[in-house]
Design a binder for this molecule. Structure first.
Ligand code: SF4
Length: 73
């Protein structure tokens, strides 16, 4: 499954880190979230992960107040 993240719109609320610390971390440099292992591709940070990470990342996508995390398919 693919996780996509529109990082420039992150408001640094930390919610994604709280529900999925294995894949999300706050940056001390700019106060935005970091998608661990992610690569920048057409303005989106993306990473392909295993099915076992689905639940926690779907939670992160749901809880994100600015809806910039997408999990697919
Ligand atoms: S939940 Fe959304 S806005 Fe909040 S830190 Fe994570 S990506 Fe950024």
């Amino acid at each position: 499954m693919l996780i996509q993240f529109q990082r420039e719109k992150c408001i640094g609320c930390n919610y994604c880190v709280e529900v999925c610390p294995e894949r999300w971390q706050m940056s001390r440099r700019d106060g935005k979230s970091v998608l661990l292992g992610g690569k920048l591709k057409r303005n989106m940070v993306q990473v392909e992960v295993g099915e076992h990470e689905r639940d926690a990342n779907e939670k992160a996508a749901e809880i994100c107040p600015v809806k910039i995390i997408r999990v697919s398919p």
